[in-house]
Design a protein around this ligand. Structure first.
Ligand code: ATP
Ligand code: MG
Length: 414
């Protein structure tokens, strides 16, 4: 039988890497709780419609990237490619309209069938937040400030730039769309094939193109600001004011349009030069039309998602772990006492590594490999005297300690 391989684009998180993901999610969670956000966990798969309707038929995700399959009951299901649609679905099906504003955060795997490369996997992980039910620009400011706080806690805020844009309201978008179609239709022979297709399906996304020829054409393209309604301009001004008030620096980038169709007003990305081509670590925006599109009551919302893999690459240092006390039982009675003591010490809050078998030499080797702080040697002779040998593994110092005193003796290692 062929050796089993992981599926292309998936990755096992082992040891420090898994720990680093947990630490990042834990730090993000702590900040989110401080902002008054509560955890929410939605299923990893949903009816395909949940994503198809919300992400729009022209988005990259829906057209190319979804893991869609039929289950045994004949339902079309899709592994979630992002978190917002599931939260919005839960909001509607759970009847949470009376719980507004709904403030939640989530963390977990997402699935997109894309070409794997550094910082781009087919199963990856996101931490994200949603603030539903608040139409005021303060909500945008708050979720962006929270994102900045999280990046700051992780020690990487200074390596990122907040790129901010507005997509305006429906009327601004429509006026701008017409202007873009007029402009790009005139130069369509110079557009990339993909953008010619976008011109018909979703012209705004041409602004997002990575093609050099398309980008050259953007220089003379109509500017969104000339097509914005007064209301949309005022909203954007308020968001910028708010960010200044809370001291979050940003740069206007009119080319941030976001891949998804349901965004309006604020769109933003925290980008970095540190990761090469996959430079966006956290991205989000306002989605006032989303819940209505899904058949719910018209309800505004704003949120973001951050890729844990990309955050982990930037924070690379493995989080600190409490060093263990290694218990080495020597002989049958010693092993039994080691097992008993492991419980006593763990209940006292110590981190304990029990050596399962193999005597002194193997026990100390194991202690060295896991960088234990202390080895406790439990042999028959000592047991008879009611003591154990405690060896400080940094200094090599050794002392006899009465078994009854052991937990207090080791209290400093908690
Ligand atoms: P990109 O332009 O890199 O494809 P995107 O616009 O598709 O990003 P979003 O849908 O906004 O990304 O997702 C938010 C964040 O999730 C991204 O900024 C990134 O950190 C992370 N992310 C998205 N897709 C992947 C992936 N395939 N592998 C790893 N992380 C990802
Ligand atoms: Mg993408």
């Amino acid at each position: 039988m062929a050796k089993l391989q992981p599926v292309r684009g998936t990755h096992d998180l082992i040891g420090d890497e898994a720990r680093s993901h947990l630490a990042i999610a834990g730090a993000a969670r702590e900040i989110a709780e401080r902002y008054g956000f509560a955890p929410m966990a939605t299923p990893i798969f949903e009816f395909t419609e949940v994503f198809q309707r919300t992400l729009g038929d022209t988005s990259d995700i829906v057209t190319k990237e979804m893991y869609t399959f039929e289950d045994k009951g004949g339902n079309s299901l899709t592994l979630r490619p992002e978190g917002t649609a599931g939260v919005a679905r839960a909001f509607i099906s759970g009847g949470l309209q009376n719980e507004l504003p709904l403030k939640c955060f989530y963390h977990g795997p997402m699935f997109r069938h894309e070409r794997p490369q550094k910082g781009r996997q087919r199963q990856f992980h996101q931490f994200g937040v949603e603030l539903i039910g608040v139409a005021e620009p303060t909500a945008d400011v708050e979720v962006i400030a929270m994102a900045a706080d999280i990046l700051d806690t992780l020690g990487i805020l200074s390596e990122t730039t907040l790129e901010l844009n507005t997509l305006g309201d429906a009327q601004s978008k429509e006026q701008y769309r017409e202007a873009l179609v007029a402009y790009f239709s005139g130069v369509s022979d110079k557009l990339s094939e993909e953008s010619r297709d976008r011109l018909v399906r979703n012209p705004l996304r041409i602004l997002d193109s990575k093609d050099a020829g398309d980008r050259a054409l953007l220089a003379d393209a109509p500017r969104f600001d000339d097509y914005m309604t007064e209301e949309a301009a005022a909203f954007f001004a308020a968001v910028q004011d708010g960010l200044e008030t809370v001291g979050v620096a940003f740069k206007r980038n009119p080319h941030i349009v976001r891949g998804l169709d349901y965004y309006s007003h604020t769109a933003f990305e925290f980008t970095t030069e540190a990761l090469g081509a996959q430079g966006t670590v956290l991205a989000g925006g306002r989605y006032d039309g989303l819940i209505e599109t899904m058949g719910g009551p018209r309800t505004p919302g704003v949120g973001w998602g951050a890729g844990l893999e990309r955050l982990a690459m930037m924070t690379d240092a493995a989080p600190a772990v409490t060093r263990a006390i290694t218990l080495v039982g020597l002989g049958e009675a010693g092993e039994r006492e080691a097992l008993r003591l492991s419980g006593v010490l763990r209940h006292a809050g110590l981190t304990v590594e029990l050596v399962y078998k193999g005597g002194l030499k193997r026990g100390l080797k194991r202690a060295d490999r896991i960088n234990a702080a202390v080895a406790v040697l439990i042999g028959d002779d000592e047991l008879e005297r009611g003591t154990v040998t405690v060896r400080n593994l940094d200094t090599g110092e050794q002392s006899d300690v009465a078994i009854a005193d052991l937990k207090d003796h080791l209290a400093a290692y908690r």
